[in-house]
Design a protein around this ligand. Structure first.
Ligand SMILES: Cc1ncc(COP(=O)(O)O)c(C=O)c1O
Length: 469
């Protein structure tokens, strides 16, 4: 979990780094852990010290919790290393990096069926920033419209499922927008279309529809939400509510695996779409993208013209400086893979996800919530009659060989439901999947014998650390 870090009192033990004497040519020196050292060390020494610490991090390839890319081919890594000195914001100094960003926006606009020549977009640090920009554009547009009608602008709200990723909660808190949540219910683990429309009123800036849900990988029903919102708009005095699609993962999956599914700019109410280049876009973190249907959906007050770098460049971003390497790597992937290559990668992930889901479903104690047929991601829980151990125990046991399979409880309304989730990404092979299945079977045998839950006092049985999304 991302943390806000606290200062450490200097008298505490362990405030000096303990360094292997072989790393120094001369006699070793004291290196404080939490203060800037008085003098530096040789590059190799610094490298060894940092590397030694980092071996305790989990193995990124065995991290089945993250949606974010953990493997890129050497050529891409080389390109990223070459581009790492470039700052994305210096568009005048690095005009070709800016040109690659421009091409990527066009490529994504085309993939998402954006109206010709009208769409605008940009890269971001990830989907969180992109969602923030999408939310702001809807908020500013709603406000401008209300002002022209001389109506109150003090109580904007946004409608979404309780399964939204935390970035939307941040958006609401940071911009003082009331979140209106559609609760998840047994059997519907994401946003329902009629339920979303029922929460909308004249103060609704938009509905967020996720493709697909972080909780279980399922796609929310963009077309059905569009239909319900159009029905609402057709009622006397009914509000005309736009849709933002949070395609953090699905924006790079649906165009390849479900090209017939209408979720993008083919749906009239979809005004903006975001995605993470660093998820199924197959780039290392952090790059995201957002595209608006047309310039009228991006209020001009939000766009700053930066001219002190040489040219005059319109930008809409929360950050200023950020790496250019990820954008170059995104373009590399587009060239390297093409449509068929992306389809191949995503299809391979989906085949593996569905294989894993099918096998896990037949093991006995588990029930699937999703099966990997939307995103190559699925979630599952223990059958209600399994009481001797929990999914947290399964997750813990799997850690013994390095597998990181998160267990967590569902949001409000279903907080009693604890699930596990597997995200299959590029680089996780069928062979690894079968090894994981072997370990699942092994640990289930162990847990059926040892029954850790029956040995815990009842008040502790539900107190498990939850996974942060
Ligand atoms: C649906 C959804 N939206 C937004 C985000 C935030 O994405 P990022 O990590 O690119 O900021 C995530 C991350 O998992 C997500 O799943």
């Amino acid at each position: 979990m991302a943390a806000l870090h606290k200062r450490v009192p200097q008298h505490e033990t362990g405030t000096e780094l303990d360094i292997n004497p072989l790393y120094f040519r001369e006699k070793s020196c004291d290196i404080p852990r939490y203060r800037l050292p008085e003098h530096g060390v040789l590059p190799r020494t610094a490298l060894q010290i940092v590397r030694d610490e980092l071996i305790l991090d989990g193995n990124a390839r065995l991290n089945l919790a993250t949606f974010v890319t953990t493997w890129m081919e050497p050529e891409a890594e080389q390109l990223m290393a070459e581009c790492s000195p470039k700052n994305m914001i210096d568009k005048d100094e690095y005009p070709q990096t800016a040109e690659l960003e421009h091409r990527c926006v066009n490529i994504l606009g085309h993939l998402w069926n954006a109206p010709h020549e009208e769409a605008v977009g940009c890269s971001t640090t990830g989907s969180s920033e992109a969602c923030m920009l999408g939310g702001m554009a809807m908020l500013w547009r709603w406000r401008a419209k209300r002002r022209t009608e001389a109506k109150d602008t003090s109580r904007p709200n946004i409608v979404m499922g309780t399964n939204v990723q935390v970035c939307w909660e941040k958006f609401c808190r940071y911009w003082d927008v009331e979140p209106r949540y559609v609760p998840v219910v047994p059997g519907r683990y994401h946003l329902g279309a009629p339920e979303a429309a029922a929460l909308c009123d004249e103060n609704t800036i938009g509905v967020v529809v996720i493709l697909g849900s972080t909780m279980d990988g399922s796609y929310e029903p963009v077309a059905a939400v569009d239909t319900e919102l159009s029905r609402l708009a057709a009622t006397p005095g009914g509000p005309d509510v736009p849709i933002h699609v949070d395609g953090a993962s699905g924006g790079f999956v649906a165009p390849f695996l479900q090209p017939e599914l209408e979720w993008d700019f083919r749906i009239p109410r979809v005004v903006s779409i975001n995605t993470s280049g660093h998820k199924y876009g197959l780039v290392y973190p952090g790059v995201g993208w957002i595209i608006w249907r047309g310039e009228e959906y991006l209020p001009q007050e939000l766009v700053f013209k930066v001219n002190y770098l040489g040219g005059e460049m319109p930008t809409f971003a929360l950050n200023f400086s950020r790496p250019g390497a990820q954008v170059a790597a995104q373009y590399y992937n587009f060239l390297r893979l093409g449509y068929s290559g992306y389809k191949n990668v995503q299809q391979t992930c989906q085949d593996i996800a569905r294989h894993l889901a099918g096998e896990i479903a037949t093991m006995g104690p588990f029930e699937l919530l999703s099966d990997g047929s939307d995103l190559p991601v699925f979630a599952f829980k223990l059958r209600d009659d399994i009481t001797g151990f929990s999914v947290f125990d399964v997750s813990e046991r799997l850690r013994t060989r390095g597998w990181q399979v998160p267990a967590y409880t569902f949001p409000e309304n279903l907080t009693d439901m604890a699930v596990m989730r597997i995200v299959v990404r590029n680089g996780f092979s069928m062979d690894l999947a079968n090894l994981l299945l072997d370990d699942f079977r092994l640990h289930l045998k162990y847990l059926e014998k040892v029954q850790p839950m029956t040995q815990l006092p009842p008040e502790l049985q539900h107190k498990r650390e939850s996974f942060a999304h």
